[in-house]
Design a protein around this ligand. Structure first.
Ligand SMILES: Cc1cc2nc3c(=O)[nH]c(=O)nc-3n(C[C@H](O)[C@H](O)[C@H](O)COP(=O)(O)OP(=O)(O)OC[C@H]3O[C@@H](n4cnc5c(N)ncnc54)[C@H](O)[C@@H]3O)c2cc1C
Length: 388
């Protein structure tokens, strides 16, 4: 029997040596540098600049960027590991890194010309945060109903419109902005533009005050006669819908990783607490009812993790992963909500106060079912693949 040696028949959760070293370095960083800041970042709804700098130094802000451009030369699976490990401690830091890698850098790598890559990838790897601006007030799930216009002129395009809900809006210097060059052409008019902070006519507007992932900035963007040169079109004119669809399919796996990390963080906190807290003369972890709840949560976390790892490894292997990515996002976001809710219950009154980490995980979990395609939209994708 001949074997396809290009496919590694290894268990999904068995990490290669480089993956293990990378994961452990991110885990160590998250525990030492992020954990002490979590509560303050949540309360002040802000990520300190110094922490963003440290993330660049750690090498998690340009994971898939080739070493020739100053990046880490890693895989998509490395990005998933980084997002998971950071989210285990703080899902806000997880999503900062996720958007940078699985959406922004991913789009530049796939759609950027050599000139565009040469101009932006070294900066994105070294010190520049990116943001991905598709959504608007009137176009969320129906993303391609966007109304931001890009009027072509001799030397470039003039962009006008407003974007809403843009992650990393506060920290970013490079924004991927989706606008239409021809509203009558429907989705075929959509084009991706690279807009830099400081460009006349471009401003970052109000920051949302959120239920969860409060430290992650979510901002409005305002474009008023904002001139962008032709050299700042990412990919082809009128092909922005493809850029959006393809990057978001991959981004969804990153959100799956964020939710798996979150669920792991909540479960770990619950395990620690139930082994220490005594009622009726013994640790509450000794009660079978509690043991079964924890075991059930472990089943949830393991199954969600397997779907995330499988989707990521399929992507790295160049195989189709559309359905798998949708499945991993819906499952892991539901698991994150369930497990963090259980963690709140298992900590009793302490689960409900900010002194313990689980109420924040519970608040943070909710976003997994909303951004990068709501759960209904994921179900629609899965159903379409199954039913044709
Ligand atoms: C914290 C945060 C960060 C974000 N970051 C970014 C970002 O960086 N970049 C960006 O571009 N966007 C971002 N978003 C936007 C996000 O992707 C949208 O909020 C999301 O896609 C949902 O769109 P909407 O809010 O307009 O809800 P709607 O589309 O109005 O949906 C409302 C409800 O209707 C349901 N619904 C809609 N259409 C259908 C349908 N056809 N069938 C069944 N149910 C349907 C939805 O499932 C949902 O339950 C972010 C949002 C948040 C809250």
């Amino acid at each position: 029997m001949t074997q396809d040696t290009s496919i590694m028949n290894q268990p999904l959760t068995l990490l290669a040596e480089d993956e293990l070293i990378f994961r452990d370095s991110v885990r160590q960083f998250a525990n030492a540098q992020v954990r002490p800041l979590v509560r303050e970042m949540d309360e002040h709804a802000k990520i300190p600049k110094a922490l963003v700098r440290q993330l660049f130094d750690l090498g998690v802000m340009g994971i898939e960027i080739p070493e020739t451009y100053g990046g880490a030369g890693g895989t998509f699976f490395h990005s998933v590991l980084a997002v998971e490990e950071l989210s285990r401690v703080d899902p806000s830091i997880g999503v900062l890194v996720d958007v940078q890698n699985t959406l922004v850098i991913n789009a530049f790598l796939r759609w950027g010309s050599d000139e565009v890559k040469g101009r932006f990838l070294p900066r994105l790897a070294a010190d520049t945060v990116g943001a991905y601006a598709l959504s608007e007030a009137g176009s969320g799930s129906d993303a391609f109903a966007l109304t931001t216009r890009a009027k072509e002129e001799a030397d470039g395009f003039v962009l006008s419109g407003r974007k809403l809900w843009i992650t990393n809006g506060n920290e970013a210097d490079v924004f991927l902005v989706f606008a239409t060059v021809n509203a009558e052409a429907g989705y075929r008019g959509i084009t991706a533009f690279i807009v830099e902070r400081g460009t006349p006519g471009f401003t970052v507007g109000k920051k949302e005050d959120k239920l969860g992932i409060r430290a992650s900035s979510t901002c409005e963007l305002i474009l008023e006669d904002c001139r962008v040169s032709k050299a700042n079109v990412l990919g082809e004119i009128g092909k922005g819908y493809k850029t959006a669809i393809e990057t978001l399919n991959e981004g969804r796996i990153g959100i799956g990783a964020q939710m798996v990390g979150l669920a792991k963080g909540a479960l770990e906190a619950a395990i620690k607490y139930t082994q220490e807290r005594k009622q009726f003369g013994k640790a509450i972890a000794e009660f079978q009812a509690v043991q079964h709840q924890i075991a059930r949560a472990a089943v949830d976390v393991e199954s969600a993790m397997l779907t995330v790892y499988n989707a990521a490894r399929l992507r790295d292997a160049g195989k189709p992963f559309l359905t798998e990515a949708a499945i991993c996002k819906i499952l892991s976001s539901e698991v994150a909500e369930r497990v963090s809710s259980l963690a709140v219950n298992l900590l009793g009154g302490n689960g409900f106060v900010k002194e313990y980490p689980v109420e924040k995980f519970y608040r943070d979990a909710k976003i997994g079912q909303i951004y990068e395609g709501t759960s209904n939209l994921q179900l629609q994708t899965i159903a379409k693949q199954i039913l044709g």
